[in-house]
Write a protein that binds this ligand. Structure first.
Ligand code: GDP
Ligand code: MG
Length: 162
């Protein structure tokens, strides 16, 4: 399979929700053992004849690591493994320092990035996406993981970036 997508982003922005949407299933628990993530991290799919693999790096956890170290490790894995990175931010929170930290790592990597602004559940929130241009990445795409809005646009952008 040629296309490998890795999802990155702060905790609670909706990475697992969007991962499950992309794979068209709601099941995300693989292991119920303490110390092992309860999130499924790998998936395989097809979009418009393009096969892809997808990794939710948010499910890769390091024990006893400060939060920024964990995110840094997740982003490093994404940069290493992926052909294109799906960076998810929370459109309700605006741009945070941690978003900027991740964006800086991604810009330096030179990897193609698709930027999805999540939790844009209805049209009244559409205006929230514009401030994410400041991250200096690609054009922000409005999505709602929980409502299943914008997922097709994200898939189009990912496949185009392979
Ligand atoms: P992760 O930590 O980045 O994997 O985030 P999750 O997918 O676990 O989602 C974190 C929380 O945000 C959960 O309570 C989700 O139900 C919620 N959430 C995810 N996507 C959306 C969305 O599009 N809109 C809203 N309002 N909530 C969402
Ligand atoms: Mg998650």
């Amino acid at each position: 399979i040629k296309g490998v997508v890795a999802i990155v982003g702060r905790p609670n922005v909706g990475k697992s929700t969007i991962f499950n949407r992309i794979l068209g299933e709601r099941v995300s628990i693989v292991e119920d053992t303490p110390g092992v993530t309860r999130d499924r991290i790998y998936g395989k799919g097809t979009w418009l004849t393009q096969d892809f693999r997808i990794i939710d790096t948010g499910g890769i956890q390091l024990e006893n690591q400060p939060f920024q170290e964990e995110i840094k490790a997740q982003v490093e894995i994404a940069i290493e493994e992926a052909d294109v990175i799906l960076f998810i931010v929370n459109g309700r929170d605006g741009v945070t320092g941690d978003d900027e930290f991740i964006a800086r790592m991604l810009r330096r990597s030179g990897k193609p990035v698709v930027l999805a602004v999540n939790k844009i559940d209805d049209a009244t929130l559409q205006g929230n996406i514009y401030e994410f241009y400041a991250l200096g990445l690609s054009e922000p795409i409005a999505v709602s993981g929980s409502h299943g809005i914008g997922i097709g646009d994200v898939m189009d952008a990912l496949v185009e970036a392979f």
